[in-house]
Design a protein around this ligand. Structure first.
Ligand code: GLY
Length: 298
């Protein structure tokens, strides 16, 4: 199954479970999820529901799955109503990484994973963001040492956050920086865009929103944009996107509460904005539109 077909994954999940039942897989069955994020999410969700829950191990083979989706026990499938809209929190028994898998990835997929790592650094680890910036070429060439350093740093941040809030009630939502817009973009483009790339554009829009709300300074925004530009992420692309469609799609976001769309906002490089300990904040459609407009004029 390719990522764009993840919305069909409820049918695939049903077929897998039927085969497992037909072949008498019992409660002692253990699932090994070998692959990228789509495989990990689907295998994890099968594990969460089969016989009311069986153990599984994540063996991520992509950069993105290594730094993000394999960690923290979120399992889900997409539906036509939105990304990851049906799923369960079901932590794997272990996550096993083999760096050699990264050698088979294209530059495009290395970039896809790197963006999720950069997102982690933006919300929690300025030093690693600067390290990544200095080593962009080596990382995209697939050099082992910087890749290992980036992956270890990202996993450390993610596990620290997940350990505080496994069920995504507050601080874990900070991992969603760039994702309110990123997920909406994926939905509007019918998942014909890689997740990391959509998140990169989401980061630009959400960082710009943070600037418009006087939370982030313009100089830091510019530094972030300079790094993303080196990865081929430019505001030119956003000029072609209908921001009204994106805003409409954000109404389905899982962070929403009482029909209000909530965003993670950046305070500085390596830290997010919190108000009374809360990390997800309501932002009006007017400000989101203003951010798109400002980006289209850059
Ligand atoms: N990928 C976001 C999370 O695991 O919470």
């Amino acid at each position: 199954m390719v990522p764009g077909e993840k919305s069909k994954s409820h049918e695939v999940k049903q077929k897998i479970e039927e085969q497992m039942l037909k072949n008498h897989f019992d409660r002692n069955t253990k699932i090994l999820a070998v692959g990228g994020g789509v495989v990990g999410d689907l295998a994890g969700f099968v594990a969460a529901t089969y016989m009311r829950g069986i153990p599984y191990v994540q063996i991520p083979t992509t950069f993105l799955a290594m730094v993000d989706s394999s960690i923290g026990g979120k399992t889900a499938i997409n539906t036509r109503y939105g990304k990851n809209s049906i799923g369960a929190f079901w932590p794997p028994k272990a996550v096993l990484l083999n760096m050699a898998c990264l050698q088979t990835l294209s530059k495009k997929h290395l970039r896809n994973g790197l963006i999720e790592a950069l997102k982690m650094f933006l919300i929690a680890d300025k030093k690693s963001f600067i390290y990544a910036e200095k080593n962009l070429c080596a990382i995209l060439k697939g050099d082992d040492a910087p890749l290992k350093k980036i992956i270890c740093a990202a996993i450390k941040i993610k596990s620290h956050i997940v350990n505080q809030d496994a069920r995504d009630q507050n601080i874990r939502m900070s991992l969603n920086f760039g994702h309110t817009i990123g997920h909406a973009l994926e939905f509007v483009l019918e998942y014909k865009i890689l997740h990391g790339i959509a998140v990169a554009y989401g980061i630009l829009v959400e960082a710009k929103i943070s600037v418009l709300l006087d939370i982030l300074d313009a100089k830091t925004y510019q530094k972030i944009y300079d790094v993303f530009r080196q990865l081929g992420i430019t505001t030119n692309f956003l000029q072609k996107i209908n921001c009204n469609k994106i805003i409409a799609a954000t109404k389905k976001d899982k962070k929403n509460s009482e029909n209000k769309v909530r965003y993670i906002l950046l305070k500085t490089m390596g830290d997010i904005y919190k108000k009374n300990g809360v990390v997800a904040h309501e932002v009006s459609d007017r400000i989101v539109k203003k951010a798109f407009l400002a980006l289209s004029e850059e």
